[in-house]
Design a protein around this ligand. Structure first.
Ligand SMILES: *Cc1c(COP(=O)(O)O)cnc(C)c1O
Length: 436
């Protein structure tokens, strides 16, 4: 598979390999990489998923995006290591189900993308032991921990994580500042968008070229594409249960990478009904769909802080997925925004009506499903639960009046010392990287 920049108006100009798209992160013209073709899966496969193992499904879904660049055996090994935890679809009643993406090592759905990307990079770097690749990543909360964990001890890779000072939870901060080894954390005075701007600037800075920088944000194709696995596994479970009717998927969205992977799955042939991108009050996309104007505002902090993003990088990929049929975008895709009060109400409803404890992000997913469902009566509504409630312990405990225990994965980081460097400007980032 070849990848072309979405800024590139001439589609045939210099598409790059999977390896190059992975290692560069962003194209030279600042555009996001996008596959030059959308692979089509055999309906015999997509309608009979229970006949295949999880690892077989993941392999068949991702292989066309990689082609010959990673040998089949290695790729099979990479996907089975990536998915060595459960991704259960938990039914709340006959209509609503929660797709729990938080059973990985850092209890964030980003574990899947980070683990996959780290292993691919490790493979491509296998014979270049003396050439360090530096992974530079901005996090609004959960990416950092997942990337730190996924890349820990990968040979030839240094990871530098930028996070907004005071805007991530204590557990999140500990997950990304306590691993040591090849993982470095930078606490940035500013919001997530400021972190993301610094990362983007660094990639385009000629003076940084010799550092072999790459990204591990969802702008990286190797983090973005494996997120398709969740959707295939959810549909597999529905089919296993004898439910062949395509479901509505509501995805709590920040940078829109996860939902974009869902839509890619649909475009490849996975039977799905409709996509809702549910956001917090950072509502650039809901407003864009309503008015046709793309006008990001200053990012507002919310209780679903992993989605405090006002200029979502991946939306352009969603538009690209509907490039030939723009009229289908609105038919298959909606986006709604919910404030903190509504989010807390939803957390209470989920607990009182279904006995289900959701974190704020999952609760926003539920709200999106609830909003759209009347138009798709008789279909199942699946919302993605993107973080374990214990990740947002204080908020969940206060809102629901309960106590929740920290699962062992999270307990393990609580007594470790945080280590980070504070920076405020791009020049300080440059100095830090130069000194590594
Ligand atoms: C990253 C994240 C999101 C948003 O995912 P995107 O792919 O950026 O839209 C939602 N919830 C949680 C808990 C996250 O960590």
């Amino acid at each position: 598979m070849k990848y072309a920049s979405l800024n590139n108006t001439n589609k045939d100009q210099n598409p790059v390999s999977f390896q190059e798209a992975l290692v560069k992160g962003l194209a030279d013209d600042k555009g996001l990489y996008f596959p030059t073709a959308i692979p089509q899966l055999d309906p015999e496969f997509t309608h009979n998923l229970p006949a295949y193992s999880k690892a077989e499904i993941a392999y068949r879904v991702i292989a066309p995006f990689i082609g010959e660049e990673i040998p089949e055996d290695t790729l099979r090994q990479i996907v089975s290591e990536t998915l060595d935890f459960d991704i259960p679809l938990v039914h709340l009643n006959d209509t609503y189900s929660s797709l729990e993406l938080f059973h990985g090592p850092t209890m964030a759905f980003k574990d899947v993308g980070a683990r996959f990307m780290a292993r691919c990079l490790g493979y491509f770097n296998r014979e270049k032991k003396n050439r360090t690749v530096r992974v530079l990543v901005a996090t609004s909360g959960d990416t950092g921990g997942a990337v730190a964990n996924g890349f820990l001890h990968v040979p030839g890779v240094e990871v530098v994580i930028l996070y907004p000072e005071g805007k991530v939870s204590d557990i999140q901060e500990r997950q990304l500042t306590t691993l040591g080894a090849n993982i470095k954390a930078l606490s940035v005075k500013g919001d997530f968008d400021a972190c993301q701007r610094m990362v983007k600037t660094a990639f385009l800075d000629e003076e940084m070229h010799h550092l072999n920088l790459t990204s591990a944000n969802s702008i990286n194709v190797a983090r973005w594409l494996p997120q398709m696995f969740y959707y295939f596994l959810a549909v597999r479970q529905l089919q296993q249960e004898g439910n062949d009717k395509p479901a509505l998927f509501s995805v709590p969205s920040g940078n829109f990478g996860n939902i974009c992977a869902g839509i890619m799955s649909y475009r490849m042939g996975l039977p799905m009904k409709h996509f809702v991108a549910a956001t917090n009050v950072n509502d650039t996309i809901p407003r864009y769909l309503a008015t046709g104007n793309y006008t990001p505002k200053t990012t507002v902090p919310t209780i679903a802080n992993a989605m405090d993003v006002s200029d979502p990088s991946n939306f352009i990929r969603i538009e690209a997925l509907f490039r030939e049929t723009p009229e289908l975008l609105r038919q298959h895709f909606s986006s709604y925004s919910f404030n903190d009060r509504e989010t807390r109400e939803a957390m209470k409803t989920l607990k009182d009506d279904f006995g289900y404890i959701a974190d704020p992000h999952g609760a926003i997913g539920y709200l999106g499903a609830e909003k759209k469902l009347p138009e798709h009566k008789g279909h199942k509504a699946i919302f993605l639960e993107t973080a374990h409630p214990a990740k947002f312990k204080d908020e969940v405990e206060t809102t629901l009046g309960i106590r929740i225990d920290l699962p062992p994965q999270l307990q393990a980081v609580m007594h470790r010392e945080k280590e980070y460097t504070s920076i405020a400007t791009y020049d300080e980032l440059k100095d830090f990287l130069g000194a590594l």
